[in-house]
Design a protein around this ligand. Structure first.
Ligand code: PLP
Length: 398
């Protein structure tokens, strides 16, 4: 870029030389487009960019090429034609709710769902006149009744497997009732991942990318995946809410996605071994993992997520409630933190982290007691993980 050499040194510092690659000479790994602004070639191009999403780049809250690479990859994996990435999974859920819900609308949220989803709807949108109908996973008749009523829900928020009790929804059944009543279904597919549920006629998929997609506990993100017309409705709302994914996190997530298949296979294999082993331990009861034959939704699992039980195992620690904290205090390999889907194994006290907003009876019905533990299994050696759990359980029961 010698043409800048005639300018003053101050100006050259602000406009350094650019290195452009010869045609066809591409980097194997895409660069991080760490630029908030993009230079249009003309006013004509500006108009073109502003007229339609995907026509080019101007400002990174609107779109960014690194983020776009990730969006296209994830839309393809989930089997839909478009995606919109956000700064976190919660930002994705918020953008969906804010796009489709208005005062007077009804929304269904199942009791067995992520606590911030319940709060987003029940604690925030309800203040703006949205009617929140919280229904238990075991009360489909109430859901069907609502769908058949003269005031059916506008949106139905779902998770499968649910967090943390790992119940599965019969998604086809729910989608069929929702379609008949004109309700849109929103599946938080974070636990199941991108390779499951794409063939079911779900309208909107939401994922936290902070989990399996990134996989290494070093970036947050979220994504909404759907048909183009729905994404186009969400786009102006998401852009204005401001929760855009930054290119650095998008790049880390793209890197994580390269090993997604290997990591999810390994953690799922480890989780199955862990669940089977836990079933034989005197200090563990009520072990929940969908691939176990005695899981209440095992048949749905075989149909919806064959061969993959996921990375999460939940059980009740057989100890005095007053000694429950000891278990977590003694863990050496497992990290006490509320997340999942990373290479490291994590452990979480369920009532405190995921259900302290629920009436005690509803929490119990949702499978969460005062000694329920959620394990998110990583890719370490399972025998080391077993030893860690055993010594912590022994300490809690001493
Ligand atoms: N959905 C589910 C099922 C989750 O478990 C989480 C996080 O734990 C989220 C959404 C929110 O994701 P984030 O932390 O990226 O906002």
């Amino acid at each position: 870029m010698s043409h800048h050499r005639h300018l003053s040194k101050e100006t050259q510092m602000v406009h350094p030389p650019k290195e452009s690659l010869p045609e066809g000479n591409e980097p194997l790994v895409s660069p991080i487009y760490q630029s908030v602004k993009f230079k249009p070639s003309s006013m004509g191009q500006v108009r073109d960019i502003l007229s339609k999403r995907g026509n080019g780049y101007l400002y990174s809250r609107i779109s960014n090429p690194t983020v776009r690479e990730l969006e296209v990859l994830l839309a393809n994996l989930q089997g839909r034609d478009d995606a919109l990435a956000t700064s976190s999974g919660v930002a994705a859920l918020t953008a969906v709710a804010m796009t489709f819900l208005s005062a007077g609308d009804r929304v269904v949220v199942f009791t067995e769902s992520y606590k911030p989803t319940r709060f987003l709807l029940g604690g925030i949108l309800s203040r703006f006149g949205v009617q929140v109908m919280r229904i238990s996973r075991d009360d489909y008749s109430k859901f069907e009744e609502l769908c058949r009523s003269d005031h059916p829900p506008k949106l139905v928020f779902l998770e499968s497997p649910t967090n943390p009790a790992l119940r599965l929804h019969d998604l086809e059944k729910i989608v069929s009732s929702a379609k008949k009543s004109g309700s849109l279904t929103v599946l938080d597919n974070t636990f199941a991942g991108f390779t499951h549920h794409g063939k079911i006629d779900i309208d909107l998929f939401v994922h936290s990318l902070t989990k399996q997609a990134n996989g290494h506990s070093d970036a947050m993100g979220g994504v909404i995946i759907a048909k183009k017309d729905l994404i186009e409705k969400i786009f102006p709302v998401a852009m204005t809410l401001g929760g855009c994914l930054d290119p650095n996190s998008a790049w880390l997530t793209l890197r994580g996605m390269k090993t997604y298949a290997l990591r999810t296979k390994e953690s799922s294999k480890n989780a199955l071994e862990m669940a089977q082993w836990l079933q034989g331990q005197p200090w563990a009861k009520n072990v929940r993992y969908p691939a176990l034959k005695d899981h209440p939704d095992h048949d749905i699992w075989k149909k919806q997520m064959p061969g993959d039980g996921g990375a999460v195992v939940t059980f009740d620690l057989n100890c005095d409630e007053s000694r429950f904290d000891q278990f977590f205090d003694q863990l050496k390999l497992f990290t006490l933190t509320p997340s999942l889907g990373c290479v490291e194994s994590l452990a979480a006290p369920c009532l405190l982290f995921f259900a302290d907003d629920l009436p005690a009876d509803d929490a119990r019905k949702a499978g969460i007691t005062s000694t329920t533990v959620r394990l998110a299994i990583g890719i370490e050696s399972v025998s080391d993980l077993k030893q860690d759990l055993e010594q912590a359980a022994n300490a809690a029961r001493a």
